[in-house]
Design a protein around this ligand. Structure first.
Ligand SMILES: Cc1cc2nc3c(=O)[nH]c(=O)nc-3n(C[C@H](O)[C@H](O)[C@H](O)COP(=O)(O)OP(=O)(O)OC[C@H]3O[C@@H](n4cnc5c(N)ncnc54)[C@H](O)[C@@H]3O)c2cc1C
Length: 342
C-alpha cells in the first residue's frame, strides 16, 4: 500500500486548516484513483493529511476527510504553537522517519515554501516547486509522480520526474479545486495524534506580544465571484482611461479588477491586481478578459475559472482556447456599452 502525504497548513491563531490544504487533499485523492486505473494489480494508495500544531479544530479535521483524506495525522506538541521552520521541519522528519510515504505534496504558500525545501534537503530528495499539474504515470514498472511546471522563462511547460522517494512537489493555492464530496463523515478510527518523542526547544524565537491578523492589502481575489481583467488591448497609447473605466465597472457590479503583467509593468495598474504565474491564481465563477492575449504565464493563473468570457479583436488570440464565450470585438467599445448599461 503506497501513501500520498499532504502537508496541511494550519492557521496557528485559530487551529483551522487553510483552503489550499483541502485543495491538495482532493488532488491527492484524484491521484489515488488514477493509480488504480494505471495499474489495477499492485498500486493501492492512501491519502494521509499531516498537520502540525498544538491543537487542531474538529471541523477542519472533518472537512479534510470530506475533501479526500483517508487518514489524518495530527503531530501535536506545545512546541508547535508558534511557526518555526526548524521545529516544524524536524518534527515532520521525526514522524516521517517511522511513517515513510511515496509522495508528499506541500502548499506553495510562504510557510510551504520555507518548510518544503528544508524537509526535502533533510530527506536528500528532490522538490518540484510551483507545480501547475500533477499526475501519476507508470515508468519502468514503477508508479511515478509527473509534476508539471513552467520553465525557461515560462515559455515552456516541463514535466519532471523525481528519482527517489518521497517524490515531492509544492502547489500554489487555487491551482486545484477542493471537492468536499470525496470522503465519508465517519472517520473516528482514522484520526491519529502523534506525540513527539523528541520535541525541539526553539531558543531563537520568542513570542513577545501576540499574533495579530495582517491587515489585508491589495486585492482579495479569494472570495471573488466575478473578475474583470484588463489586458494591453485596452491601452490607447495615451492614458489609462479604459483601465480606470474597467475598474469602475468592476466596483459597480461587485466584481474584482484584475490585470495582466504587461499592463502592470507599464504602471497602468498596481501589481496587487496582477493575475498569473507571478501574480495571483484565481478561480472565480466568471472571468472576463478584456484585450488579453492569453500568454501561458497569464492563463496559468486563471484556467480554473468556472466560466470564461474573452473579448479580443484578434480571432486567433490564444485566450479564446480557454474561453466558454468568445467575443471578437473592440473591448473598449464593450466597456463603454457596459458602463452605459450599469
Ligand atoms: C517569467 C514570466 C512571468 C510572467 N508572469 C506573468 C503573470 O503573472 N501574469 C501575466 O499576465 N503575464 C505574465 N507574464 C507576461 C506574459 O508573458 C505576457 O507578456 C502578458 O500576459 C501579456 O499581456 P497582455 O495579454 O495584456 O498583452 P499582449 O500580449 O500585448 O496582448 C494584447 C491583446 O489585446 C488584443 N487587442 C488589441 N487591441 C484590442 C482591442 N481594442 N480590443 C480587444 N482586444 C484587443 C490583441 O489582439 C492581443 O491579443 C510573465 C512573463 C514571464 C517571462
Amino acid at each position: 500500500m503506497g501513501k500520498i502525504a499532504v502537508y496541511l497548513e494550519t492557521d496557528l491563531n485559530n487551529y483551522t486548516l487553510s483552503n489550499v490544504s483541502y485543495e491538495l487533499l482532493s488532488k491527492a485523492h484524484q491521484l489515488k484513483i488514477s493509480a488504480k486505473e494505471i495499474d489495477c494489480n499492485n498500486n493501492d494508495y492512501e491519502v494521509v493529511g499531516i498537520a502540525l500544531g498544538k491543537n487542531i479544530e474538529k471541523d477542519s479535521v472533518k472537512k479534510a476527510f470530506q475533501a479526500g483524506a483517508d487518514y489524518f495525522v495530527h503531530i501535536k506538541d506545545d512546541s508547535l504553537d508558534i511557526f518555526s521552520q526548524t521545529v516544524f521541519s524536524l518534527s515532520f522528519i521525526e514522524y516521517f522517519s517511522s511513517n515513510p510515504c511515496e509522495i508528499i505534496l506541500f502548499p506553495a504558500t510562504p510557510e510551504g515554501r520555507i518548510i518544503a525545501p528544508r524537509i526535502t534537503t533533510m530527506l536528500d530528495v528532490g522538490l518540484v516547486a510551483d507545480c501547475t499539474g500533477l499526475e501519476l504515470i507508470k515508468k519502468n514498472d514503477k508508479i511515478m509522480l509527473a509534476a508539471t511546471r513552467p520553465t525557461f522563462g515560462s515559455e515552456l511547460m516541463a514535466t519532471i520526474l523525481s528519482k527517489k522517494n518521497p517524490q515531492c512537489a509544492t502547489v500554489r493555492p487555487k491551482t486545484f479545486i477542493a471537492d468536499f464530496t470525496l470522503g465519508s463523515e465517519n472517520f473516528s478510527d482514522r484520526f491519529f495524534e502523534y506525540k513527539l518523542n523528541y520535541p525541539i526547544n526553539e531558543t531563537r524565537l520568542k513570542l513577545l506580544r501576540s499574533f495579530f491578523e495582517k491587515e489585508t492589502q491589495g486585492v482579495d481575489f479569494d472570495n471573488s465571484k466575478i473578475i474583470l481583467t484588463a489586458g494591453y488591448g485596452l491601452y490607447t497609447g495615451k492614458n489609462p482611461e479604459y483601465f480606470i473605466k474597467l475598474e469602475k465597472l468592476a466596483k459597480k457590479i461587485n466584481a474584482k479588477f484584475g490585470a495582466t503583467r504587461k499592463v502592470v509593468d507599464l504602471g497602468l495598474v498596481p501589481k496587487d491586481n496582477q493575475i498569473g504565474q507571478t501574480g495571483s491564481t484565481v478561480s472565480p465563477d466568471l472571468y472576463i478578459a478584456f484585450g488579453v492575449s492569453g500568454a501561458l504565464q497569464h492563463t496559468i493563473g486563471m484556467k480554473n475559472s468556472k466560466k470564461v468570457i474573452a473579448i479580443n479583436s484578434d480571432e486567433n488570440a490564444e485566450i479564446f482556447k480557454y474561453a466558454d464565450y468568445k467575443i471578437i470585438a473592440d473591448a473598449k467599445k464593450i466597456i463603454d456599452e457596459l458602463m452605459n448599461y450599469f
